[in-house]
Design a protein. Structure first.
Length: 167
């Protein structure tokens, strides 16, 4: 059975994006994302897919899945699904971990309707004025541990802590 995980970076107001883009450049968080999802399955909403520059998609060395209601959308190199659960079912016997990689609508759908095994949440020490947010979820069933901390430096204008949530 495939493991279901969600990976997100958010600011102090739970902001995750603005104008269909990220609001920060944090190389060590990007490195963490790449390392975690390398060789795995990544599932994204159509708007998140659109936000990735064409030259970077599909994300390399990962199986890319795009969720859309639009029956005519093409996403070269990606698998397109019209329902998140159909997508999860398609990989239910896969050895790889399936990562929900956003954006806001898909995170919300995943947090409300999937039996997620792990969450990786980067908490950035700043508020950016986002227009898209990580939906609040009940943290009660989760254990939480911090796995990486970054202090501001010449490559990182903002510090952050990466938390792993598990059951
Ligand atoms: N900080 C982070 O870690 C992070 C990660 C990823 C993205 N982001 C940011 O998040 C923002 C994008 O998020 P978003 O909430 O606007 O969009 P999104 O979740 O990426 O995509 C929304 C789209 O997904 C499809 N969709 C949603 N629910 C569906 C359902 N039940 N069935 C089938 N398809 C469904 C629809 O596509 P159609 O309209 O084509 O039908 C919908 O318009 C951007 O600013 C991006 O930079 C941040």
């Amino acid at each position: 059975m495939t493991k279901l995980a969600l990976i997100v970076a958010m600011d102090e107001a739970r902001g995750i994006g603005k104008n269909n883009d990220l609001m920060w450049n944090l190389p060590n968080d990007m490195k963490f994302f790449k390392e975690m999802t390398n060789g795995q399955i990544v599932v994204m909403g159509r708007k998140n897919y659109d936000s990735i520059p064409e030259r970077f998609r599909p994300l390399p060395n990962r199986e890319n899945c795009v969720i859309t209601r639009n029956p005519t959308i093409e996403a070269p190199g990606c698998k397109v699904f019209h329902d998140l659960h159909e997508c999860i079912d398609a990989y239910s016997n896969d050895e790889r971990t399936l990562f929900i990689i956003g954006g806001g609508e898909i995170y919300r759908l995943a947090l409300e309707t999937l039996a997620l095994d792990e969450l990786y949440i980067t908490a950035i020490d700043h508020t950016f004025g986002a227009d898209t947010f990580l939906h609040e979820f009940d943290e009660t069933p989760w254990k939480k541990t911090s796995i990486q901390t970054q202090i501001p430096d010449e490559r990182h204008a903002f510090g952050f802590t990466i938390y792993k949530y598990f059951k």
